[in-house]
Design a protein around this ligand. Structure first.
Ligand code: FDA
Length: 448
């Protein structure tokens, strides 16, 4: 056993944990970062698959994400725009495929009017509730007692309008069915991106990507930390006494003044704490869970949809792949499509054998892009629910009633134990920007 002493020990070498460590070392503090996996980055993973470089986890950057943009600038990383020239595609409830341009989906005017009014209502609620302390709103408990699906039912009789709005928060963000999370959680999600209108605007929320891949953020941060990052070191035992905290992780034991848990909240329950975490913390970690989404990558010899005047952006709210985009890498002559299969639809296809699943998914892409979509040169499914050290995607959110009841405690340090990850962020919630924001805030709190 290698026993070392540091000012702070960080558990988890994702964007958040590495940001905490980087900020602390800049301020002259000593750190050790313990990472369970054999790589850094957590939910950021840029991997070569059969000769194609794929973003298996997080990848997009939006213009309001100034914490992430600041880190990209600090690390000398460049961005490029997502391809978006040409017509988008929408597939209706009856399977009718329509090409369209402009912001309005090709739906009847009555449905568009309902969507507009729901969007305005969500924007108003997001402005009122905010992202940082939604539990402090006087109507928080009321908003947290109704499911998002239930609230939508009270707002309009138009099922298409409800499904579109539900898709943008449910399938596309929290990756849970809209009857399983509350209106408050939905509004907080919208507020964390600066409003619901931003969240539904693909040109805003999915604006840029990073040349060479977003995993370079944690890779470059880890480079700066050198030997202070310990891979293959699952930290499962945290002991605190009056003078210090001791964390054991495989072959290394770290004694430090404080520990930062920079892991998704669902994984905190894997760790044994002595003495136990406060009752509130132990309770709240049982009410926050990751969603489920499969991210499908299909690489073709050429971006054939562009020749047909298509942007690659497609919405199919009733289909298997609810949204898909041109995800071609910077400077690549091949073309890549990325599509997402969320929550209960993911449950359904995950029951199939891998070849059957691939066929079903490529069928769904062919319904949108035509037969050529059935023949990718490289095909890959990112399945984070099967990853021992994540267990879902994209991030964690509260069950009904959980945010109003426990939200105020989720970032509060418990003695020498601090918490930092994208899942408990306000602005940038569930995004890399939130991971970095939390990392900076946690480092600042420790320095104080
Ligand atoms: P993260 O989970 O990355 O890091 C935690 C680390 O802790 C992991 O490395 C894990 O191995 C480690 N760990 C866990 N338990 C441990 C233990 N006991 N001991 C030691 N180590 C332990 N965001 C975005 O901004 N734009 C996007 O386009 C997307 N898209 C997207 C797609 C997919 C498929 C996913 C899965 C996620 C996204 N996201 C995203 C979300 C984004 O990737 C995510 O919010 C952040 O990367 C989370 O960073 P954290 O550091 O908070 O946690």
């Amino acid at each position: 056993m290698n026993t070392i002493s540091r000012d702070v020990v960080v558990i988890g070498a994702g964007a958040s944990g590495l940001t905490v460590a980087h900020e602390l070392t800049k301020a002259g503090r000593s750190v050790a970062v313990l990472e369970a996996r054999d790589r850094v980055g957590g939910r950021l993973w840029t991997r070569d698959v059969d000769g194609a470089s794929l973003e298996l986890g997080g990848q997009w950057v939006s213009p309001d994400q100034d914490a992430l943009l600041g880190t990209l600038a600090e690390l000398g990383l460049e961005t490029y725009s997502r391809y978006r020239d040409g017509a988008d595609i929408f597939v209706g409830r009856d399977g009718t495929r329509t090409e369209f341009t402009g912001a309005d989906l090709p739906l009847p005017q009555t449905t568009l009017t309902e969507i507009e009014s729901l969007t305005a209502a969500m924007d108003r609620l997001a402005a009122d509730v905010g992202a940082e302390e939604p539990w402090a709103n006087p109507r928080a408990a009321e908003y947290d007692s109704v499911s998002f699906a239930g609230w939508l039912e009270t707002q309009t009789d138009d099922a298409d309008a409800r499904d579109v709005i539900a898709m943008f928060i449910g399938a596309a963000m929290l990756t849970k069915p809209p009857h399983t999370f509350s209106l408050l959680q939905a509004v907080m999600m919208a507020a964390s991106a600066g409003g619901f209108s931003n969240l539904v605007d693909a040109d805003f929320i999915l604006d840029k990507r990073v040349k060479g891949g977003l995993q370079q953020v944690p890779l470059r941060l880890a480079d700066k930390l050198g030997d202070d990052v310990f891979l293959n070191s699952p930290a499962l035992d945290v002991r605190t006494d009056d003078s210090r905290v001791t964390v054991s992780a495989g072959n290394v034991e770290v004694r430090a003044g404080h520990v930062v848990l920079a892991v998704p909240p669902n994984l905190i329950q894997r760790i044994t704490f002595s003495p136990p975490l406060p009752r509130r913390q132990m309770q709240l970690h049982q009410h926050i869970s990751l969603g489920l989404v499969i991210k499908v990558h299909a690489v073709y010899d050429t971006p054939f949809w562009r020749d047909a005047g298509l942007s690659g952006t497609a919405f199919d709210p009733h289909g298997l792949v609810h949204e898909s985009y041109d995800n071609t890498n910077f400077g690549d002559t091949r073309g890549t499509l990325v599509g997402f299969i969320s929550d209960e639809r993911a449950d359904g296809v995950l029951k199939l054998s891998p070849p059957e699943r691939r066929e079903r998914i490529l069928d769904a892409l062919a319904r949108v892009y035509g037969d050529a979509a059935r023949r990718p040169a490289v095909y890959y499914e990112s399945d984070w629910a099967a990853e021992e050290w994540t267990r879902g995607a994209y991030a964690a959110s509260f069950d009904l009633g959980g945010l109003a009841r426990f939200g105020a405690d989720m970032r509060a340090p418990a003695g020498r134990v601090y918490f930092s990850c994208s899942d408990i962020a306000g602005r940038g919630f569930q995004h890399v920007d939130g991971a970095i924001r939390m990392g900076r805030a946690t480092a600042a709190a420790l320095l104080n």
